[in-house]
Design a protein around this ligand. Structure first.
Ligand SMILES: Cc1cc2nc3c(=O)[nH]c(=O)nc-3n(C[C@H](O)[C@H](O)[C@H](O)COP(=O)(O)OP(=O)(O)OC[C@H]3O[C@@H](n4cnc5c(N)ncnc54)[C@H](O)[C@@H]3O)c2cc1C
Ligand code: SF4
Length: 561
């Protein structure tokens, strides 16, 4: 951002960053309450994608609980929930065969719907606009505005027309100041402003135990989900069918698995999630996914089919233990910015919506009292109270499943059975995450290289042909939005100690060490390929890579991910 420039300014009661399910539900709830009380409030959402939904990637099986509360007439209003879940199965894969396991209770999907989250967001955006919410796609929030008292007072949207070295060019357009009484951060998993807020307000420390039940929160832990949409032979397509797998191709110390969701129009959404606490720097989540599709029991579904779309996105896996402080003076974190995904269920949409609705109700009350209270602790007090909040009860009872995988898949299977069936999520202990995902890699010298098979171009593919299907674009004139705190670290640390893991964990081929053969290696950043998954921001061993928003509207153009 350019510091010394005059910026236009607009004032709202509430500014919301991000038009995902959380941001849109917050806006709808605020305007519903205003309409009920016949009050006028100004609510604006800004979104970095060129349109609502263009940066949204999910599974997705939707549990409609929060939607029923927000818009109970969603069926009559044409919500795109067209495929009810019909059939669940859970498979353990070995390299040559598969075993059907009992589906864990959290993964039963009766009453749920397989959706495109992007289309769902587009529909929510229409509902929000009907109520008078202003939505501005193509505008990333690049910076927070702080008042003299240190409180957050809104955001500044990204500048346009900067040169590669961050200087204004002839086409420079300064970002705008959007000032607000309250700012809601709904950036989804690993938001760029969220990261700044966590540091500035120390959101993982000094928690009020009366609200959070703890004084510190565990580090957030993440997974990367790589996804494709296929059009398959109609004879193999069963709308509503849901399959999850664990096991091969991952080893017994790496958390992860796949999902296969049969949606409408003979399409299947297939994805693979790998926990980003993996230890082997040679692991490539992208290649694990490509290899998974070649399994003898999986491959036949895709034979004769066509791959239509590709993308990737990180997801939170920390759950209850990793919930940070949700408020700061002038604003709050909602949805996956805070990390409300239920990992054993692989579902976060309903919780993102519920947290947003609760936050909106608290903000509405505060606005009615003149917005004199800056930090709205009533929001976490309501949301995290297990006696009254279904979100809290759900995350609490699921809390020990994901951390048990730190001790290996076999232990976790046995433990999860005990925790779920005997203790019913109420075991008198809580397992913890002790390390952030950037701290878990072993040195390359202590790790075994993984030889991945060459893609066959029919079922399995390479990165570049995949990224082509993400329709991603970044103007080449601008600075790289993958910034390095220290330009020497990629070679002096990452290459030397870990054999450049960014070449493998990035699902879009953005990072490339060139000049290895001339003895003069350097990191080349092909930033125009980036699909905004945020994995590098999470997994880079020294946290040297910092993802910042590129020019507004740049990034993937996902149709229905
Ligand atoms: C592979 C995968 C599978 C999943 N499967 C399921 C599933 O089956 N069921 C389920 O319920 N959940 C699933 N989830 C989780 C679900 O997608 C999330 O819980 C949900 O999307 C969170 O909603 P959100 O609004 O908090 O964030 P998001 O949906 O991530 O939305 C955030 C929005 O904010 C925008 N944004 C971010 N930063 C900025 C900025 N600085 N300025 C402006 N805009 C910004 C983004 O472009 C995006 O549009 C899955 C996730 C993944 C990755
Ligand atoms: S550069 Fe980072 S955010 Fe972009 S696709 Fe690669 S890992 Fe994801």
């Amino acid at each position: 951002m350019v510091d010394t420039v005059e910026r236009e300014s607009m004032e709202y009661d509430v500014v919301i960053v991000g038009a995902g399910p959380a941001g849109l539900s917050a806006a709808i709830r605020l305007k519903q309450l205003a309409a009920e009380k016949e009050q006028e409030i100004g609510v604006c959402i800004i979104e970095k994608g060129s349109a609502v939904g263009s940066h949204i990637l999910s599974g997705a099986v939707l549990e409609p609980r929060a939607l029923n509360e927000l818009l109970s007439d969603w069926k009559e209003r044409g919500a795109p929930l067209n495929v009810p879940a019909t059939d669940d199965s859970f498979l353990l894969l070995t390299s040559q065969t598969s075993y059907k396991l009992p589906t864990p209770p959290q993964m039963h999907n009766h009453g749920n719907y397989i959706i495109s989250e992007a289309n769902f967001c587009r529909w929510l955006a229409e509902r929000a606009e009907e109520l008078g919410v202003e939505i501005y796609p193509g505008f990333p929030a690049a910076q927070l505005i702080y008042g003299d008292d240190g409180s957050v007072q809104g955001v500044i949207t990204g500048d346009k027309g900067l040169s590669k070295d961050w200087q204004p060019t002839d086409s420079f357009e300064p970002g705008m100041e959007l000032r607000a009484k309250y700012t809601m951060i709904a950036e989804g998993c690993r938001g760029s402003l969220t990261r700044q807020l966590e540091t500035r307000f120390k959101l993982r420390e000094n928690l009020d135990p009366a609200i959070y039940g703890k004084t510190k929160s565990d580090p957030q832990t993440y997974g990367i989900g790589v996804k494709e949409i296929w059009e398959v032979d109609p004879a193999k397509h069963q709308p509503g069918k849901i399959v999850h797998t664990v096991g091969w191709p991952l080893d017994l110390n790496t958390y992860g698995g796949s999902f296969l969701y049969h949606i409408d129009n003979n399409q299947v959404a297939v994805g693979f999630v790998a926990g980003l606490d993996y230890t082997n720097p040679y692991l490539s989540p992208f290649e694990e996914f490509q290899r998974f599709k070649t399994h003898p029991d999986i491959r036949p579904l895709f034979e004769g089919g066509t791959r239509k779309a590709y993308g990737a996105r990180a997801l939170n896996e920390g759950g209850w233990q990793s919930i940070p402080k949700l408020t700061f003076p002038g604003g709050m974190l909602i949805g996956c910015s805070a990390g409300f995904l239920n990992t054993p269920k692989i579902k976060g949409i309903h919780n993102a919506m519920k947290s947003a609705m609760t936050a909106a109700e608290v903000i509405f009350d505060a606005l009615g009292q003149g917005a004199t209270v800056k930090e709205l602790v009533e929001y976490p007090r309501r949301l995290l109270d297990r006696k009254t909040s279904w979100l809290a009860e759900e995350l609490y009872t699921a809390r020990n499943i994901r951390p048990s995988f730190q001790y290996g898949t076999l232990f976790a299977f046995a433990y999860s059975g005990l925790d779920t069936y005997v203790f019913r999520g109420k075991a008198p202990w809580t397992m913890h995450f002790h390390h952030a995902d950037n701290q878990t890699l072993k040195k390359a010298s202590e790790s075994k290289k993984i030889e991945y098979p060459k893609p066959d171009g029919k079922i399995s593919f390479d990165r570049l042909s995949s990224v082509f299907l993400a329709n991603t674009h970044h103007g080449e004139h601008q600075p790289a939005h993958l910034t390095l705190k220290d330009a020497a670290v990629p070679v002096n640390v990452n290459l030397k100690d870990y054999d450049a893991p960014e070449e493998r964990y990035c699902p879009a081929g953005v990072y490339e060490i060139v000049g290895r053969d001339t003895g003069n290696p350097r990191l080349q950043i092909n930033f125009s390929n980036c699909v905004h998954c945020k994995t590098c921001d999470i997994k880079d061993p020294t946290q040297n890579i910092v993802w910042v928003p590129p020019e507004g509207g740049d990034g993937p153009e996902y149709p229905n991910m």
